[in-house]
Design a protein around this ligand. Structure first.
Ligand SMILES: NC(=O)C1=CN([C@@H]2O[C@H](COP(=O)(O)OP(=O)(O)OC[C@H]3O[C@@H](n4cnc5c(N)ncnc54)[C@H](O)[C@@H]3O)[C@@H](O)[C@H]2O)C=CC1
Ligand SMILES: CC(=O)C(=O)O
Length: 318
């Protein structure tokens, strides 16, 4: 019997997309990677450049510059195409422009009988994930957004730095919109099974105010980086590879992705960042954290802001 060959189709090979392609090759996650972009010369150049690193990769990846017909046999279509934020712009400011771009992209993918999983990174990611779900007609489980995977990584990194503990031993989540209304789930945050509230109590050098400031640095990280270098791309690229691995290697990993809520967290008809079990079929299930009352209110507010901003998406659909 012929072995299945995993194929990832990447649409949008700008700063985020090309960093993702580079990280994918370095981690040897897929056998095939096809690069698609409006700027054909750029993605052709990227394919050439990445192929020249092949002798140093952990395993071979066939990489080429292609077109939408290559999506037919793809297991995963990753979308990083569209406008990014300029200094001072919010993610939500990009909604109309990127929704229009996405309509064209998703129609072309689906016209080539794509029957795999979509992974979306373009901002505003929660709303565009919803748009992909609507435009594609695929089951909700097979449309995933990067959600708060990057925010959760920033949170774990900064907590690890503050408590001087390996970030991989920090279990803490940022949920909600990937944007200004996101929230930290302090009530469920722990280090090696010990709640963060207890770490604070046992050592007077740790202070609650520091943690509050730490969260603001997570929430505003994109603004701080964009002011300095114009865009963010390495962190999200590695986060997208993490989700790709969970899918292609059927890992059943819990990751804070943008998932469709159908009653979970008392919300429905919205894509938003929550922990979810991710495997070869996409989102197996949403992990329903037992939030405290303040967290519930903040999460409901985040949903409300997303739904309000989603109105233009509904118009484009018609
Ligand atoms: N979800 C997350 O955590 C993060 C999301 N982002 C988002 O990722 C998106 C991409 O950002 P960058 O790579 O910095 O932008 P970029 O401008 O470097 O790249 C965008 C690419 O999209 C391509 N493109 C535009 N329209 C297209 C179309 N119709 N078909 C195919 N390709 C098309 C462009 O040619 C360009 O190569 C932005 O929306 C940004 O806000 C960025 C960082 C983190
Ligand atoms: C740009 C963006 O969404 C981020 O770095 O979080």
């Amino acid at each position: 019997m012929k072995n299945h060959v995993n194929r990832v189709a990447l649409i949008g090979t700008g700063a985020v997309g090309s960093s993702y392609a580079f990280a994918l090759l370095n981690q040897g996650v897929t056998e095939e990677l096809v690069l698609i972009d409006l700027n054909k010369e750029k993605s052709e150049g990227d394919a050439m450049d990445l192929n020249h690193g092949m002798p140093f990769a952990p395993s071979p990846t066939k990489i080429w510059f292609g077109d939408y017909s290559d999506c037919k046999d793809a297991d995963l279509v990753v979308i990083c195409a569209g406008a990014n934020q300029k200094p001072g712009e919010t993610r939500l400011d990009l909604v109309e422009k990127n929704t229009r771009i996405f309509k064209g992209i998703v129609e072309q993918v689906m016209a080539n009988s794509f029957d795999g999983i979509f992974l979306v990174a373009t901002n505003p990611v929660d709303i565009l994930t919803y748009a992909v779900w609507k435009f594609s007609g695929l089951p909700k489980e097979r449309v995933i957004g990067s959600g708060t995977i990057l925010d959760t990584a920033r949170f774990r990194y900064l907590l690890g730095d503050y408590f001087n503990v390996d970030t991989r031993n920090i279990h803490a989540y940022i949920i909600g919109e990937h944007g200004d209304t996101e929230l930290p789930v302090w009530s469920r945050a722990d280090i090696a099974g010990i709640p963060i509230s207890q770490w604070i109590k046992k050592n007077s050098e740790y202070k609650q105010e520091d943690l509050e400031e730490l969260f603001l640095n997570v929430r505003d990280a994109a603004y701080h980086i964009i002011e300095r270098k114009g865009a963010t791309f390495y962190g999200i690229a590695m986060g997208l590879v993490r989700v790709t691995k969970a899918i292609l290697q059927n890992e059943n990993s819990v990751l804070t992705v943008s998932a469709y809520l159908d009653g979970e967290y008392d919300q429905n008809d919205v894509y938003i960042g929550v922990p979810a079990v991710v495997n070869r079929n996409g989102i197996r299930e949403v992990v329903h954290l037992d939030l405290d009352e303040t967290e519930k209110v903040k999460f409901a507010h985040s949903v409300k802001v997303l739904k309000k901003t989603m109105e233009p998406v509904m118009k484009i659909e018609k």
